[in-house]
Write a protein that binds this ligand. Structure first.
Ligand SMILES: C[C@H](O)[C@H](O)[C@H]1CNC2=NC(N)=NC(=O)C2=N1
Length: 97
């Protein structure tokens, strides 16, 4: 189902409020690298994000190398960023707060 894309203004407002997140203009995604003490902590975080993703029906693109988790949020059904990515990023941030 098509979803409305995020406006440029809303994207810039998100980035201004969340300095750890970047915009990948090629993928039209919000990206952030998370670094943990070790693999166990990184995977525990991924487990929590996975449960969040199922609950929100919005799934990250991500990769993990040992203690590092790289997340990209974009909305496939919109062909780029949507409000769902803002909500997901904020929910991920709340996990760490
Ligand atoms: C059918 C299901 O609701 C959709 O495929 C959802 C699932 N998770 C999703 N995740 C992301 N990142 N983008 C989507 O467009 C998307 N769509």
């Amino acid at each position: 189902m098509p979803i409305e894309k995020l406006s440029d203004a809303a994207r810039e407002a998100f980035l201004a409020a969340h300095s750890d997140w970047c915009h990948d203009g090629v993928r039209d995604a919000f990206t952030r690298r998370f670094v943990f003490a070790d693999f166990s902590a990184a995977f525990a975080f991924m487990t929590r994000v996975a449960l969040l993703a199922e609950k929100m029906d919005h799934h990250p693109e991500w990769s993990n190398v040992y203690n590092r988790v790289d997340i990209a949020l974009t909305t496939h059904d919109a062909g780029g960023l949507s409000a769902r990515d803002v909500a997901m990023a904020e929910a991920i941030e709340a996990l760490l707060a």
